[in-house]
Ligand binder design. Sequence first.
Ligand code: GZL
Length: 315
Amino acid sequence: LALVMVLAATSAFADGLLKIGYVQVGHESDWRMANTQNYYDVFTEDAGFELELIDCDNDHALQLAKVREFVQKDFDYIVIDPIQTAGWDDVLKEVQEAGIPCIIADRSVDASSDLYTTAVGTNMTAEGETAGKWLEEYLAGKAAKILVIEGSTGSSAAIGRSEGFNNIAANHPEWEILASQDGDFTQNGGQAVMEDFIKRFPEFDVVVCHNDNEAYGAMDAMDAAGIKYGVDGKIIISFDATKEGLTRTLAGQILCNVECNPIQAVIVMNVIKDIQDGKEIPKFTLVPDEGFCAPGIESSLVTVMTDEVLAARKY
Ligand code: GZL
């Protein structure tokens, strides 16, 4: 039995590759596809890794099950991008008891940071505040009726962006948030919510979309209803600043687009290497991002889009 165990142990490391299990949110948006591709580009065998990435198709229960599977298969590292913030304590304890380092990436969990090794991600509340501050600057005291197409309910991205935007809106009694509804970070979701909003609210000035794909859906709905948007129409604010999102910002269709950088795999890989080298690692590593606005708009807060800015974008 001992010989068998030794052989088994050596076979696990025979190829010398670190086995990384990544439990991914899904494939709901351009941002998500860029994030997934980035992990495949970085965690290669040449770089010393064997990556298994599971697309959990926005199914929280499936995420928990796949993490437990990775524990059974004795992965060297488990990386989790949590669909929702709630419900992670038990499975994180199981990962910890199995002695497997666990990295929370992109979105965050409502669990004690004692339950995982470290986290890597953006500051979603700051992203929401950037959007609010840009609107504050653009409206310059004018009143506004605001509609919000939120991201997936319960996700740290939707929670953070709403919290940040509302932090700024709280200072503006002349702003009226008419409604806020979940568009699930998809183009179809954004279109369905916007169609409902158009029926319910004949008067509105601003549509805040929690990601670019929702913004495209909102534009589809407004096009179908003959509603103009852009510098001479409704103000569309979006998040993610993907290549297509910034193309539409440069075209003046989206007036403000707040980046959330999906290119996070190298940061996660460097954290893993530091753990391998026994280095002290921080509990959180911030992925920096910035904001953009359409040409012709003066702003001290965000970058004004130009052809050069768009050409330099990587995703
Ligand atoms: C944000 C990320 C969000 C993106 C959406 O970090 O989790 O999920 O904003 C994606 O495009 O669906």
